[in-house]
Ligand binder design. Sequence first.
Ligand code: NOJ
Length: 565
Amino acid sequence: MIGQSRAASAAQTGTGRAWWKEAVIYEIYPRSFKDSNGDGIGDLPGILEKLPYIRDLGVDTIWLAPIFQSPNRDNGYDISDYRAIMPEFGTMDDFERLMAKASSLGIRIIMDLVVNHTSDQHPWFQKSRASKDSPYRDYYIWRDSAQGHPPNNWPSVWGGSAWAFEPETASSYLHLFSPQQPDLNWDNPAVREEVFSIMKFWLDKGVSGFRMDVITMISKMPSFRDMTPEELKAPEYVYAAGPHLHTYLREMNDRVLSHYDVMTVGEAYGMHAQDIPLFTDSARRELDMVFAFDIVHVDRQGWRKVAWPLSKLKEIYAAAGRPRSPDSWNTVFLDNHDQPRAVSRFGNDSAPFREVSAKAIGTMLLTQCGTPFIYQGEELGMTNLPFDGLDDFEDVQVPLQWDTRVKRQGVDPDAFLESLKGLGRDNARSPMQWDASRHAGFTTAEKPWYRVNPNYTEINAQDCVSNAGSVYHYFRDLIALRRKYPALIYGTYQDQDPDHSAVFFYSRQLESSKILILINMSDRGFTYDTPLLARASLLLSNMRHRGVTQDVTWLAPWEARVYRA
Ligand code: NOJ
């Protein structure tokens, strides 16, 4: 039942169990999901139209990336009114209709809470910047050389200084992201009150929780000292180490979250994996889950895309499977609106491997420890975009990074561009590929807001839904399997062959129920023999749909199998 109190749900599900641990969550980037009114931009009625598609996949919770009023400098991650819907996306009535329809289909909706910063167009910031005497001045973080507090050497996460000078008041404000995203001053109790009130506004509308944008960065280092050269190499770790972070999260939990049966997932940018239980240990009453970045950073060093060995992935998952606190919970994700497409990165998006490898890594996603998050199009095996040059990128981050890396640090432009093609966030943001008609059925407009991947005639939802052997149907089967075998949700984790360079073989076990997951993470086929499979029965395989006969000892390229031991 959607909407019961947290206490009631805990009593019903028993210690340690919770709906959000059993959920399969689907992220929607509304701008690129489905346009219903022909303006080239995805919208809320478009999402409503596609709810049955999401429900049929087996998903029970949707994370909506920001839908609030915004000048869209960072596609909604720069909010100018937290209580209004972005007109391009629709109205509050549209939102309420979406909530009602979702609820009738048994789907919960969680919202994106972006409260480390606002847009520079938010009235709070407009008033803050207008005068040093405004009651809103202290809603943001200002440095003033004349008063002996010059800006320090902190960099924006995306490049350049984190301080922007305002001639009107001869002072500078802090922005850890773009200059159009000024950071809120969480040390001001009035700011925290505003945030709590916004959260209640949406919770009272029936939303089932929040994904919290860069929540690790809300508490700033009080001394505002310069960073050391070492710290400047990864400033996000300094930004995430503020002294009041946990106090503020606890306060948020006490004041708001504990009064609702909702889930929270914090974006733990700049956090070391070993510190995650500090957020998620239920006894600490802060957050339910966080997104850790270890997996999605496996192929990057700074701006550079690098090769990665499977052993690195195995180590990260093994560490996550040995939680430091038994009362803390993980997330599992490979894709989201900030990441290149999973199949292009962890699989192989070229023929003949795209589909089979998308299924193989989907197997990993849906059988690891933690609540899985699927990103729109991942269930179709959507791939990275082709880019010709810098002009093909839309992301606000790109010119800022280019200025810093290429213009100031002298990085080779071709090398930078090559990495950007593989790692850029725009890869995830091209419109959802619904069918083989013009603009992939995303919009009837002359031009969609961003380029459709030209491979839409081959990769699209209509085709996948009507083809029983598709990536979509395999994801559906995986989700159903996860629901059928609680070991896949609550079971312990054991890597069965940590040293193999191509096979990922692990188990999940809950009491006497043991599930074995065997994945060939490579383009090669080979013989793989293990006594563990002798009496195991096959539950699912990404080869079955293709009608290939199973030979237990031969692993085809990207073959994935799930067994009951
Ligand atoms: C993380 C969000 O996922 C990303 O899209 C955004 O640009 C930054 N936070 C800043 O809000």
